[in-house]
Design a protein around this ligand. Sequence first.
Ligand code: AP5
Length: 222
Amino acid sequence: MTFLVFIGAPGSGKGTQAQSLAAEHPDRFVHISTGQLLRDALVEGTPHALYLKNLMESGKLIPDEEIFTVLEDKLKSIKASHLVILDGFPRTLNQALLLSDFAKNTGKHVEKVVYFDIADAELVNRLAGRFMCADCGAVYHKHHNRPLQDGVCDLCGSKNFQVRNDDNEDVIAKRLGIYHAETKPLVSYYEAQGVLLRLDAAQSVDSIKKTLLKEIKLVAAE
Ligand code: AP5
């Protein structure tokens, strides 16, 4: 199993690109969003789910060991031949080390780390306009990225949409602060390892996708 890691600030477009690659090439890519895994777990309504919900809705990170356990569980169901897009993991240096140890111990490896590089000012506009399919989690934007047929999810056909509870001004500011303090240092960490691909994430969804496909085809063909 090979990992393709997507890192970048909240709203930089990691989920949009990962979702699109996995939908168009299901035999090659699997998209794992740790944020979505957590949101799926919240519906259980247990005291622990409530604890996670509070952390997420206040923009804080879930403890490293806990999020890693959630990820490890998910990886058990993935075929070894797939290229796994990790969207939102790792987000701290400690998580990067957990991933690296896991890869070493299981004969897997991180092929590339794609850094979605974009200014904070643009992110607020993106997050404020985001809405999602309530059934499959597909991501849209009220201006830049609407479903092909208004009111119907492109991926699963659902007509239920929702806005994330953490997409409000105060929580966005908190998430950005944590991103700069905890996650941004991973850019130089992976650059030093020679696996970083820096993307201009302010481009359109389509042009980012073209650049990514060009790079990933090379990876996937190896
Ligand atoms: P998570 O769900 O991962 O949220 P995030 O990292 O804050 O990232 P986002 O999903 O907000 O942004 P994105 O980059 O995917 O942007 P998107 O493609 O949606 O995590 C949520 C929470 O879970 C965390 O705060 C934390 O509590 C917890 N968590 C998750 N992982 C964790 C971990 N590893 N450790 C600890 N805690 C963890 O795009 C945004 C909007 O912009 C959309 O509307 C989209 O349509 C639009 N858009 C996308 N691309 C473009 C473009 N090129 N041009 C114009 N608009 C665009």
